[in-house]
Every structure is written in C-alpha cells, then in structure tokens.
Design a protein around this ligand. Structure first.
Ligand SMILES: [Cu+2]
Length: 148
C-alpha cells in the first residue's frame, strides 16, 4: 500500500503521465472478416488508473457504419449477444473485452477487415471524454464459440 501510494503520488506530480494514462488499453484487436461479412468485433483490455469509476457509453470507428457495445448472455446452452448501455471500468480496476463476453460490435463494415492491417477505435466515456486506440486486425477462430 505504501509503495502504491508513493507511485500514485509520483504519477500525480507528472503532468505527462497523468494526462495520458487515466485509461490504458492493452492487447487490442479487431477480428478479421471474410470478404462479404458485414459485422465484426473489437476486443481490448481496459485499465482504469483513476480513483473514479469510469464507463464507456459509445464507440466509433471509420471502419464501420454503426458500432454498439455488446455483452454475451448465456441462456442454457445458447449464447446470445445483447446491446448494453455502457461498459463500466471500476476505479483502479480493469475490464476485459473478449470473445464470448463484452465486446465492441461493428456493423455495416466499410470494407473487409484484413489481417495485418489495423483500425482506429474511439471510445466515449460517460464524463464526455474521448480516447482513441489502434486495434490490429487478427484472424481468430471463426465466430464465437457456441459449443463447448
Ligand atoms: Cu456483438
């Protein structure tokens, strides 16, 4: 705890670190798509280095005409996606957007997502702040796992 407090104090005193490291994005990627696909998804780990709970309320990307925040609910053996109003990141905590769970859903893709390229994704937070990260496009297992 003492070390943490010192570290926080050091961060707070550093204007550069403080300005840029409120929410850190780790291991972002977008799912590569076949040529005619209209949808894809973006996954990322988000770390909240502030003392306030934060929430993503919207996302956008030039690669898609429409973007929604989604979760996956398990109804017996069936996994269904549903839209969520926001994705919360607890103070000093983290949330993982990953296949079979929370994700950023892309609709109306403007072009196929080709492995090796990347897309910019802008997040809008409940407090009005915006943050952009770059997500490399990766080929991952087709669709989400519906069977176990
Ligand atoms: Cu979805």
């Amino acid at each position: 705890m003492k070390l943490n407090a010192l570290l926080l104090a050091a961060l707070a005193l550093s204007p550069i670190a403080h300005a840029n490291m409120d929410i850190m994005t780790h291991h972002p990627y977008a799912r590569a798509t076949p040529p005619n696909a209209a949808t894809s998804a973006v996954f990322v780990e988000l770390m909240n280095h502030t003392e306030q709970n934060r929430a993503i309320v919207a996302a956008s990307t030039p690669a898609a005409g429409k973007v929604e925040l989604h979760d996956v609910i398990h109804d017996g053996d069936v996994m269904q996606m549903r839209q969520v109003e926001q994705i919360e990141i607890p103070a000093q905590g983290h949330v993982s957007l990953k296949p079979g769970s929370l994700h950023i859903m892309l609709f109306e893709l403007t072009k196929p997502l080709v492995e090796g390229e990347s897309i910019d994704v802008e997040l809008t937070f409940a407090n009005g702040e915006k943050q952009t990260f770059n997500a490399p496009i990766k080929a991952v297992m087709k669709g989400m796992k519906h069977h176990h």
